[in-house]
Design a protein around this ligand. Structure first.
Ligand SMILES: [Zn+2]
Length: 158
């Protein structure tokens, strides 16, 4: 099996469901083993979501609004964005579990002994550059929290 990465363009096609199912399966399989492609995929999801909600500036307000508004009638794009975040979340967890995110392990090794884990809402002005891995994990956890809370309220349950 050849190990090549998929382009941003290909991930956009994947997200927008423009690919034959066998290609999709291959890409999804790859996604669970490749941090670089997971990053491209996440960027693709973000782009898709941004295209749909250009007018909204605050992401959390946007999420709440969407979740409230979509109870009962969910637009298809929202379902599919949510679906893709679900895949990204699963892939992120798999990659974390298998130690793909070397940056995080190193950080934990360096700071973990005397520093608590960084808060999810760390100010963006911090000088420390946030690695793509941290970004993905934080992003995923935020999403999972959001979904869990909404789920408890029964917001997503039909
Ligand atoms: Zn790849």
């Amino acid at each position: 099996m050849k190990v090549t990465h998929y382009s941003q363009q290909e991930w956009m096609q994947y997200i927008e469901d423009h690919l034959p199912s066998e290609v999709r399966d291959e890409m999804e399989d790859h996604l669970y083993r490749c941090e670089a492609c997971l990053a491209s995929y996440m960027i693709g999801i973000d782009q898709l979501a941004l295209q749909q909600i250009l007018e909204v500036e605050d992401q959390s307000a946007y999420m709440n609004r969407i979740l409230i508004r979509t109870v009962g009638k969910r637009p298809a794009w929202y379902r599919s964005t949510l679906f893709h975040y679900g895949i990204a979340a699963a892939a992120t967890l798999v990659l974390v579990a298998t130690g793909f995110f070397h940056g995080i392990s190193q950080e934990i090794g360096t700071y973990g002994a005397f520093k608590p884990a960084p808060p999810l809402e760390a100010p963006a002005s911090l000088e420390t550059p946030i690695s793509i891995s941290d970004h993905l994990v934080n992003r995923t956890l935020t999403w999972l929290d959001t979904l869990q809370n909404e789920h408890k309220k029964g917001g997503l349950t039909p």
